[in-house]
Design a protein around this ligand. Structure first.
Ligand SMILES: [Zn+2]
Length: 361
């Protein structure tokens, strides 16, 4: 009798939490660095799409991305978001309907944003630069990796070389492939090829690789190691924006949308993932709108650069589509929400923002 009671007590709390995300067994957190909500919900910006100051071949870009109807325009830019997530999942952050998502950190740049996403709280005292400093805070990835069910089944990929510090690779024990790092151990043929061409195709930036490498390294890991918790941080959108290349910013957004589609399609074709995987997709910060050249920038001095968006799709999420009602979510709610989908309680991190309740049936 005593043994039975003991077993019951062990099972009970887990099953209570499990009601949160009844079907989700795997969680993918995906970020697009500094992609504005304005492009996500309204497509190419009329002020920028044909501005030769920001665009190399305006006519060509207009042909690719412009349409007078914003619904067509946004679908040209991000077809997976508008054909699939908008039908099966949720998109929060269209401020024209008063659906708001904001950073709680006041920095409005990357490390503070990713700390907030992954840890569930802002830490403006300590996380106030993009320097390669080991994160003193524990991410939800690390929290899960320390639990028996997920140990060794958490992977992270990023284009920016600061992610090993944000995720605190050594302390967390999570393999983080970021910057220009190569795949290691039991290499597939594709990984060997990626390792080779990553040396050959350096891309325009010092600390950020092109997303094609981040994506395909992640795909290989997905096939090979079948992680239950996967984090992918795409970076190009932000870097092309800083460079003032609006054409490349749009093309990167469209390509990243296609990458997320590829991840989703792969998940639907695999026993471990099909009908059991939730994607939470967001960004670390917004960018400026007025004056128009501030689209290139973000940070405290850029008006409204803390305005962001969040999308979700998975078996436990009601298909609300584009949310057209008043509401407020914050970036600090992502971590606890991600854990809740897995039936895990993240309230040990006391400062963490609450679960985004509309995302659960
Ligand atoms: Zn930036």
């Amino acid at each position: 009798m005593k043994e039975k009671l003991f077993i019951l007590l062990l099972i009970l709390p887990a099953s209570l939490f499990a009601q949160k995300g009844a079907s989700t067994e795997n969680i993918f957190i995906i970020t697009l660095d500094g992609l504005r909500w304005q492009e996500l919900f309204y497509g190419a910006d009329s002020l920028l799409v044909d501005d030769s100051g920001y665009v190399e071949e305006p006519e060509k870009l207009v042909g690719e991305f412009w349409h007078s109807d914003y619904k067509v325009r946004r679908e040209k830019l991000m077809p997976f978001f508008w054909n699939t997530i908008a039908r099966q999942g949720q998109l929060h952050g269209n401020r024209k309907y008063d659906s708001k998502v904001d950073c709680t950190n006041k920095m409005w740049f990357s490390y503070p944003g990713y700390n907030e996403i992954l840890c569930g709280f802002a830490d403006d005292e300590r996380i106030n630069s993009n320097d390669k400093k080991l994160n003193p805070n524990v991410t939800v990835l690390e929290y899960l990796n320390k639990r028996k069910e997920y140990a060794g089944k958490v992977s992270a990929f990023g284009s920016w070389d600061v992610f090993p510090f944000i995720i605190n690779e050594e302390r967390s024990g999570i393999p983080v492939n970021a910057g220009f790092e190569k795949a290691e151990k039991d290499l597939t043929e594709r990984e060997r090829f990626l390792n080779k061409i990553q040396d050959e195709i350096r891309g325009p930036w010092g600390g950020v690789r092109l997303d094609v490498f981040t994506h395909h390294y992640a795909m290989e890991d997905l096939k090979k190691n079948k992680p239950r918790v996967l984090y992918i941080a795409y970076g190009e959108t932000d870097d092309f924006a800083h460079d003032g290349e609006y054409d490349q910013y749009l093309r990167s957004a469209r390509q990243t949308d296609a990458y997320i589609q590829e991840l989703w399609d792969f998940a639907q074709s695999e026993e471990q993932y099909k009908g059991k995987t939730t994607f939470i997709i967001t960004t670390d910060h917004g960018r400026g709108t007025k004056p128009k050249e501030t689209w290139k920038h973000h940070g405290t001095s850029i008006h409204n650069a803390g305005q962001i968006w969040v999308a979700v799709i998975g078996p436990d999420t009601p298909a609300m589509g584009e949310v057209r009602q008043s509401g407020q979510y914050y970036l600090n709610q992502v971590a606890k929400t991600a854990a809740a989908f897995l039936g895990e309680d993240y309230s040990g991190q006391k400062q963490a923002g609450e679960v985004m309740s509309s995302m659960f049936k």
